[in-house]
Design a protein. Structure first.
Length: 323
């Protein structure tokens, strides 16, 4: 079971003078900070976390050490952070996945709003709706017409239980079309099979898809956010192409254990905002199709509160199951 330290911490702080708390935040960090990344090395969340950890290590004069903790569908990393002391020395670099894992794993005692303290929404990026170039649909509107004329005959590859799985289910529902979702064990095989023509469609993040789009091995039909992508400015939004209201992105946010001092949260949030907007980091994000945000704890808290019920609805309506 997860340990929830927020109530106990609040009681403890009742007797601590504010000056002492302020001083502890001013001195923070006084030792290395570990940053749990619940994905494998080289994944988008991991790469962004490493960029930001380097910046924080330089600005705060203490090491921010990345620890990749994979397993159990992200939950190994979540469990470590939720149980850690709320002292600012164990943090988590997470993605949108933290908002849908509870819907996919109802047996798991995980509540993102209860078990973690948001620190910063640092970056976000859209997904691309992609097809094999031989598919006779060169736009989202043409795809919708084709899917309605041939219900269930178009296949869309998805990585089982990944963000794109839920995005694909949401697209099919909101577009009012029947597309057959084919689950794979990872996103790499989905990409390979779509390039080879074994799959008709897939959603993928810009970083993974862009080289294949530029090489004309995949066709980009639309972008998942209402705003167009800076790296593909001529590509229309799906929402403006026959699926109104469709607006979804992947994001990178940092969290701490519930009960972490608001002063420490604020200090980290300020430092992360400066780090993500530094020219070298912002430039790298832009190359990969991402957008630096540098939003505070409140912005991430509101986003989590919005996305948890949205993904719960998608999972329920689609009957999605994760192996």
């Amino acid at each position: 079971m997860m340990r929830h330290a927020s109530h106990g911490l609040a009681a403890t702080l009742m007797g601590v003078p504010l000056a002492v708390l302020a001083q502890s935040a001013a001195d923070y960090p006084m030792k290395p900070v570990r940053v749990i990344v619940p994905t494998a090395t080289g994944a988008a969340t991991d790469l962004q976390a490493r960029l930001l950890a380097q910046k924080l290590s330089a600005s705060l004069k203490r090491s921010f050490v990345i620890e990749n903790r994979t397993g159990a569908g992200y939950t190994a990393g979540y469990d470590i952070v939720s149980k850690a002391a709320p002292d600012g020395y164990t943090l988590m670099a997470s993605s949108v996945a933290i908002t849908f894992v509870p819907a996919l794993r109802p047996d798991l005692p995980l509540d993102p709003s209860r078990d973690f303290a948001p620190v910063s929404l640092v970056a976000k990026a859209p997904f691309l709706l992609l097809s094999h170039p031989a598919l006779p649909a060169k736009s989202v509107r043409e795809l919708l017409a084709l899917a309605k004329a041939r219900p269930g005959l178009l296949n869309m590859g998805v990585a089982n239980g990944a963000t794109t799985h839920l995005v694909s289910a949401m697209f099919s529902s909101m577009a009012g079309v029947k597309v057959t979702l084919i689950a794979y064990r990872g996103s790499g095989p989905v990409m390979i099979d779509t390039i080879s023509g074994q799959m008709h469609l897939l959603f993928a993040n810009v970083l993974a898809a862009l080289p294949y789009v530029r090489a004309n091995r995949l066709r980009a039909l639309g972008v998942s956010t209402v705003e167009r992508s800076a790296v593909l400015p001529d590509l229309p939004a799906i929402a403006a192409s026959g699926v109104p209201g469709f607006d979804v992105s992947t994001w990178h946010g940092w969290l701490a254990p519930a009960g972490t001092s608001p002063a420490i949260i604020q200090k980290l949030s300020t430092e992360l905002a400066a780090a993500v907007k530094a020219p070298d980091v912002a430039g790298k994000l832009a190359e990969d199709g991402g957008e630096p945000v540098g939003g505070g704890a409140d912005q991430l808290q509101k986003l989590i509160a919005l996305e948890v019920p949205r993904w719960r609805k998608v999972v329920k309506e689609s009957g999605m199951r994760v192996e």
